[in-house]
Design a protein around this ligand. Sequence first.
Ligand SMILES: Cc1cc2nc3c(=O)[nH]c(=O)nc-3n(C[C@H](O)[C@H](O)[C@H](O)COP(=O)(O)OP(=O)(O)OC[C@H]3O[C@@H](n4cnc5c(N)ncnc54)[C@H](O)[C@@H]3O)c2cc1C
Length: 423
Amino acid sequence: MWVNWWGGQQCRPRRTDRPLDEAGVVAAVRRAAERGHTLRPVGSGLSDSALALTDEVHVDCSALTGIVAITSDTVRARAGATIGSVQEALAQRGRALATVPHAPGATIAGAIATGTHGGGAAIGSLSEQVVAMRFVDGTGRVRSVSEDDPPWAPHADAALDALRTGLGALGIVTEVELRTVPAEVVEAREEAVGAEEALAGGGPLDAHPFATVDVHLPTREALLRWAGPAAGEPEPAPGGPVEALGRAVTRLGHTASAQWSAQRSRPAPRWEGTVTGTAHELLPDPHPLRGGFTEWALPREALAAAVRELGAATAARDLEIRRPVEVRTGPAETGWLHPAHGRATGWIMVRAHRGDDHDPLFRLVGSVLEGMGGRPHWAGRHPWTAADMKLAYPTLPEFLAVRDRLDPDRLFGGPHLEALLGP
Ligand SMILES: Cc1cc2nc3c(=O)[nH]c(=O)nc-3n(C[C@H](O)[C@H](O)[C@H](O)COP(=O)(O)OP(=O)(O)OC[C@H]3O[C@@H](n4cnc5c(N)ncnc54)[C@H](O)[C@@H]3O)c2cc1C
């Protein structure tokens, strides 16, 4: 029996392959094809959607670890390397991933497959940082695709913008190359603010390089958590080690409203005041809630109204949200099936505790937010089918054409993908 990280998704694959290298991936794909089985790649199992589920063959990519190369402005990692391990390897070289999600344990390929993002109006998701990929397609052929491929290149038909958010539907990724940025010391703070002020266009979510807002819907109290370059901190020398940065977390002042921690459903401050360190050490949630989640990508301009609507709808139905909703922003993405495709985005995430019946709440959240132009995060719970996809993604036909070329026999199929993308 396979279960995802908190146990809310389960399946019983007839076989699990755990390749140690690309040749092992090719062998797994060919074996499944010969036996007439379908297969689903899986990484760390952090997703809460049904994407990785199968009762046929699971290809567990978590043993495909390691860094292949670090250049002056890119990192090439094997598919199963975790985000955290890539961040650590880069920090040793004075570099960093621009995107800082809360999921250091996610594999790099699994995170990219679902469009994993951080919080920052100008910082694209991990998918957007991808410059090249290597993968095994549904015929067992190894392919490479790169941002630099001219349209006449032999593999240009594999379209990087399809693979950026491939949902595990186009192939099993074996290596990913991502753009990097110089590592820097950031200063992070928390401030108690009103939801209106926090979510307004041109407000704090747009002003700071990294920013997240936790909103308590019933009271509209909000906790803004933001980070930007630390004043007066020396820049790490390019290429030099920055190991000490994370350890140099210092407490400087007192800004957060400590009374909020008294009630669990209210935004709880994480720090006593201002802290400094690297973004990947400071920003990820150190105590992620084990339970289901649903997250929606709204047009940025609809964000404040969407949070208001959500508050009104949950209050009207007396539905309790036991954790603050987490709000982040990001720029328009190029990935054809990225939820932020083509538009600056405001993300709204709603979490439930393990043991809660989250269905009524998540259904309500979905119906309110899709009504305001929301598209679901692929790693969260959502009810979407091919009909919804057709309306929401103008680039769906291009994606499906690439799928036809890379996986003509639907080796990477399964009920969830079939519902979402069609047969
Ligand atoms: C604590 C926590 C914090 C999180 N924080 C964030 C966040 O800040 N921002 C955000 O956007 N999301 C966040 N997420 C969601 C998370 O980033 C995604 O669920 C991500 O997909 C998890 O990666 P994984 O390795 O666990 O992939 P899995 O959940 O195992 O798989 C996800 C998808 O990737 C595919 N896949 C896996 N490996 C491969 C491969 N080698 N080739 C092709 N396809 C593959 C699978 O088939 C599946 O479709 C968080 C989740 C948790 C549990």
